[in-house]
Write a protein that binds this ligand. Structure first.
Ligand code: HBI
Length: 95
């Protein structure tokens, strides 16, 4: 299902609402790094994100090194940021 790219002002609004996330890839994606006590905590977080992502049918691009999880959100169908990324960032921040 095609979804619209965020306008510049919508993108600014996203960053205002979610200041822990940074714009990357020339503004076509947002990124946040999470650090946990240990791998067990990090992987538990990833498990919760994975379930969210599958329910939303909107999947992160992510990496994990021991207690660190780096998440990048973008909408392939929109060729950049969409409201689905904003919704996913909000859901992840609420975990
Ligand atoms: N996840 N991050 C991200 N971006 C997408 O565009 C996307 C997705 N998950 C599934 C999805 N698109 C659906 O369109 C699948 O049908 C491909």
């Amino acid at each position: 299902m095609a979804v619209a790219r965020l306008t510049d002002s919508e993108r600014e609004e996203l960053l205002r609402r979610h200041p822990e996330w940074s714009l990357v890839r020339d503004g076509d994606a947002i990124q946040r790094t999470f650090r946990f006590a240990d791998f067990n905590e990090a992987f538990g977080f990833m498990t919760r994100v994975a379930l969210l992502a599958d329910k939303a049918d909107h999947h992160p691009e992510w990496s994990n090194v021991y207690n660190r999880v780096e998440i990048v959100l973008t909408t392939h169908d929109a060729g950049g940021l969409s409201r689905r990324d904003a919704e996913m960032a909000k859901a992840i921040d609420a975990l």
